[in-house]
Design a protein around this ligand. Structure first.
Ligand code: CA
Length: 228
């Protein structure tokens, strides 16, 4: 899942980005409303964390601008102020939820997960495919009941493919949702990660779940459910 963090205070922005990356999110950052709108226009985000106090425009205006431009991803607003007027204005401007600073990082993650689950394919925090179980709440993966140890990025890739199980997902889409602005489209990074994931996920099991569809992308599916 790729997240845009809009926050002008460098320390707060870095803190958020670091914590989110540790939770397997790909993170882009913007320091003002203008660059937030620009980045949302050229990239695909699964969620936006938007600070209310920004140098060029307040977060409410940025939120309205994003909605007016047709962006439908969940928007979680952050503010130092906790009064009801702000909360109402936040929701009226098109935000989905609201968190008052200072907050516990675990609460931010919990709110984000709740917002991301509203998307139809992620209603259940536990994704199952044959004997593969991806627990998105605890970020634990098992196959045939045996735990599979994944790096943060391997997990992010698997979770994204698992959330779209059965569908063929192209490389561009994978890079948009799993990698952030540090991703180099010319690299073979996705192939490398797919190979590692396949080794951990499929090696030693009778049934392959991770498939390469030449020219199209990758698919997590039971063989007989291909293109179903
Ligand atoms: Ca701020």
């Amino acid at each position: 899942m790729r997240i845009l963090v809009v926050e002008d205070e460098p320390d707060a922005g870095r803190y958020l980005a670091k914590g989110l990356r540790q939770h397997a999110y790909a993170v882009d950052t913007a320091e003002d409303g203008g660059s937030a709108a620009y980045k949302a226009g050229i990239n695909t985000y699964d969620l936006v964390i938007l600070d209310v106090m920004l140098p060029d425009a307040d977060g409410f205006a940025v939120c309205r601008e994003l909605r007016a431009a047709g962006h439908q991803m969940p928007i979680l607003m952050l503010t130092a102020r906790g009064d009801v007027t702000d909360r109402v204005e936040g929701l009226n401007s098109g935000a989905d939820d609201y968190l008052t600073k200072p907050f516990e990082f675990s609460e931010l993650i919990a709110r984000m997960k709740a917002l991301l689950r509203r998307q139809p394919q992620l209603v259940d925090p536990v994704i199952r495919l044959a004997d593969l179980v991806v627990d998105t709440h605890h970020r634990r993966v098992t196959r045939g009941g045996k735990p599979i140890a994944l790096t943060t990025r391997e997990y992010a890739l698997l979770e994204y493919l698992a959330s779209r199980r059965g569908a063929v997902t192209g490389r561009a889409e994978i890079s948009e949702h799993v990698w952030d602005e540090t991703y180099d489209p010319a690299s073979n990074l996705i192939d490398v990660y797919i190979q590692r994931l396949r080794q951990k996920l499929d090696y030693g099991y009778g049934v392959r779940l991770l498939h390469t569809r030449r020219g199209e992308g990758y698919q997590l599916a039971l063989e007989d459910s291909i293109y179903a």
